[in-house]
Ligand binder design. Structure first.
Ligand code: ACO
Length: 332
């Protein structure tokens, strides 16, 4: 079974409430109809009657909860929560109301924060920054985690590397300023994500252009420092580095370059040294190896919120909703 079908099956076992704030986009409704029909999640769509009538015309939304952000009886509760969380940043009730009416992703995150939803998915018609920012501001990170990152679940066809072609790649989407402590967190969170979604033991390689000191540079030192921190902070996982990509993946190369490493030659979770490397790396594998790339899935947030590509299809939204629902199950 393809990994995404396994994830959908898992989502169906314990249905979660997922908010879709992009009522201005037709793909939301096409996806919603499929999600509701397949029983993947309980859906909440945020939008006015006009938005839903115009964009959702012809789609069967039976079972979805529709929240009008202008008339919702719970709105004051969300405004109060917004002010409570962000008063120090200058948010007043007027600003909160305006922000929630202008950008439904704020509304969605506040529903999550107040326990009225279990997760949110957006980004079909909003940039990554605009999708993630409300979650970072309102939901914040999990206890003990300072930095949110984004991983891709990569499914590479006809590949016997990793976990039979399955990998987690990170950070491919979020943090352009990855220092050693943040990279260490990416390693621990990615190991957890691999375990949760693939169901096998993670073997985390922290990548560089150097293997075990073969090159000297500040960028190599950053990764080596991150490896030491990650091993200390996440002793339950097999994490090693710094490793070049070939040493991480290929047994024969590992034997030559890092013979004592518990991860080299067997890595299934790849932590890139920078956002540039991670973002370019996943796209290379996706395009050249024709891999399925599911994500970016955010890790490290206190509640699950996920981003979509603006070029996504309705089926991509269905997949990301299933992933979000499974993350919500994991955080119970
Ligand atoms: N983890 C946790 N909190 C964070 C993080 C993070 N990685 N980054 C920012 N924050 C917090 C800040 O501390 C701040 O909190 P506060 O307001 O309570 O003080 C809040 O989020 C907002 O931070 P800003 O720095 O003001 O927000 P900004 O919008 O400038 O940056 C963002 C955050 C949007 C994630 C930015 O780093 C970004 O744009 N990253 C790149 C996203 C991107 O374009 N990815 C590539 C495309 S995705 C793809 O190709 C699939």
């Amino acid at each position: 079974m393809a990994i995404i079908d396994e994830i959908k099956a898992k989502a169906k076992q314990n249905k979660k409430r997922i908010v879709l704030p992009e009522s201005m986009d037709k793909r939301t409704y096409e996806a919603a109809e499929k999600i509701l029909k397949e029983g993947i999640a309980d859906l909440i769509i945020i939008g006015t009657e006009e938005e839903i009538a115009e964009n959702g015309k012809g789609y069967d939304l039976t079972g979805a909860t529709i929240i009008n952000p202008f008339t919702d009886p719970n709105k004051q509760k969300y405004i109060d929560k917004f002010v409570e969380l962000r008063a120090k940043k200058g948010v007043t009730p007027e600003i909160a109301k305006e922000q929630m009416e202008k950008d439904y992703m704020y509304y969605a995150c506040l529903m999550c924060k107040c326990g009225d939803a279990d997760g949110a998915v957006s980004g079909a018609c909003h940039s990554t920054g605009n999708t993630i920012r409300p979650a970072l501001q309102l939901l914040k990170t999990k206890p003990g985690i300072s930095s949110v990152s984004g991983f891709f679940l990569m499914e590479v066809p006809d590949c016997d590397l990793g976990e039979n072609g399955l990998f987690v790649f990170a950070d491919c989407a979020v943090d352009p300023n990855l220092d050693a402590p943040k990279l260490a967190e990416v390693a621990g969170l990615s190991a957890e994500s691999f375990k949760n979604f693939v169901g096998a033991d993670p073997k985390v390689a922290m990548l560089s252009f150097s293997t075990k000191g073969s090159a000297k540079h500040d960028d190599v030192t950053k990764v080596a420092d991150a490896v030491a921190l990650a091993k200390e902070k996440f002793p339950q996982y097999a994490i090693d580095g710094e490793l070049q990509l070939d040493a991480a993946l290929v047994e024969e190369v590992a034997k030559l370059k890092a013979p004592d490493s518990p991860v080299a030659g067997k890595a299934n979770t790849l932590v890139f040294p920078s956002l540039e490397a991670g973002n370019i790396g996943y796209k290379l594998v996706q395009r050249l190896a024709k891999a399925n790339a599911y994500g970016p899935v955010l890790q490290g947030l206190a509640m699950p919120v996920n981003d979509l590509s603006r070029g996504c299809y309705a089926d991509d939204i269905v997949g990301v909703v299933a992933i979000t629902a499974v993350q919500a199950q994991m955080s119970e």
